[in-house]
Design a protein around this ligand. Structure first.
Ligand SMILES: [Zn+2]
Length: 312
């Protein structure tokens, strides 16, 4: 049962975001939707099957550092100055799950510094506001980022905003150093025990615009064991407003979830209860974007570990 207060809070938050989005700076020129340059998303997902959000040309502000991208192991540069990541998440700040018609968002109270991220490539402290996933219609694709063109069936995004520099998420989202997003790849294997509590709650948000109270969820259970092996680069949001505000931190190690858990993701709907033709929530990822000269840094040295021992 959705408490009315939760619904009211959600609506208020949603309205605030919409109002703020209207105030976004108008781009100087319209950039046509880019075609994907990867085989991963060439013809498998035809336009007619894509989410309505992507069926019209989108205005990209600038378009110099868009996401997602392919991460090339060989071209990424080891940066020994990258510090360990420090996550401090308080499960009591977890509030609700919202089906926004594109993914489901697990939203956190971000009015205080109770759930934060710092360290790694970040100078400031960032507050967790929500996490969500992107996934495919089957296990062959679904992630937004790829590693050496390798696709994963899903990708988790933990979204944080710079609370040292800005007062609100809506302010941070349009600033260069406003957001920090942790990306975690999901691969199919054994059941993820931590994720199951969330999976069990998902049927309640099957339709677009549904919200359900969801509390005491510690998102750190969704991080891989070795959180200090990551890539980082300067990019953008992968959903409108596509602002180039994001420091991406992509975990090298994927987490394992079961096929059945992903099947529950796919049982959600892009459509609201009132709509006649129901559409499964699948393939909710953005096509890949050109690197445009950017450097992807890594916190680890992938090749040193594989060097064969010297002859005795
Ligand atoms: Zn995302």
């Amino acid at each position: 049962m959705v408490a009315l207060t939760v619904l009211a809070r959600h609506l208020q938050r949603h309205l605030v975001r919409q109002v703020r989005q209207v105030r976004l700076p108008v781009p100087q020129r319209s950039v046509p939707v880019r075609t994907c340059n990867l085989s991963a998303c060439s013809s498998r997902v035809v336009l007619s099957q894509m989410h309505p959000m992507w069926q019209e040309p989108l205005e990209v502000p600038g378009g110099e550092r868009q996401s997602p991208i392919d991460i090339s192991m060989r071209k990424s540069i080891f940066d020994p100055n990258l510090k360990p990541l420090v996550t401090q998440y308080d499960p009591r700040t977890c509030q609700q799950i919202w089906n926004n018609g594109y993914s489901f968002l697990v939203e956190y109270d971000d009015t205080t510094d109770k759930s934060t991220l710092r360290g790694g490539p970040l100078e400031d402290q960032f507050r967790l506001c929500q996490f969500h996933f992107h996934w495919g219609e089957n296990n062959s694709w679904g992630s937004e980022h790829t590693v050496d063109r390798q696709l994963y069936p899903a990708e988790l995004h933990l979204v944080h905003w710079n609370a040292d520099k800005y007062a609100l998420f809506e302010e941070a989202v349009v600033e260069e150093n406003g957001l920090a997003v942790i990306g975690v790849f999901l691969k199919v294997g054994k059941t993820h025990e931590g994720l199951q509590k969330l999976v069990d709650a998902l049927p309640a948000v099957r339709h677009k615009d549904s919200v359900v109270e969801f509390t005491k969820f510690d998102p750190s259970c969704l991080l891989p064991e070795s959180i200090n092996e990551y890539w980082t680069y300067a990019g953008s949001l992968t959903t409108p407003p596509l602002t180039e505000a994001v420091t991406w931190i992509i975990m090298k190690q994927p987490i394992e979830v079961s096929h059945d858990q992903l099947a529950v993701f796919r049982s959600l709907l892009f459509t609201s209860a009132e709509e006649e033709a129901q559409k499964s929530m699948v393939n909710n990822f953005r096509v890949q974007q050109p690197l445009k000269g950017r450097t992807v840094r890594s916190s680890f040295t992938p090749f040193l570990q594989n060097v064969p021992p010297a002859d005795p």
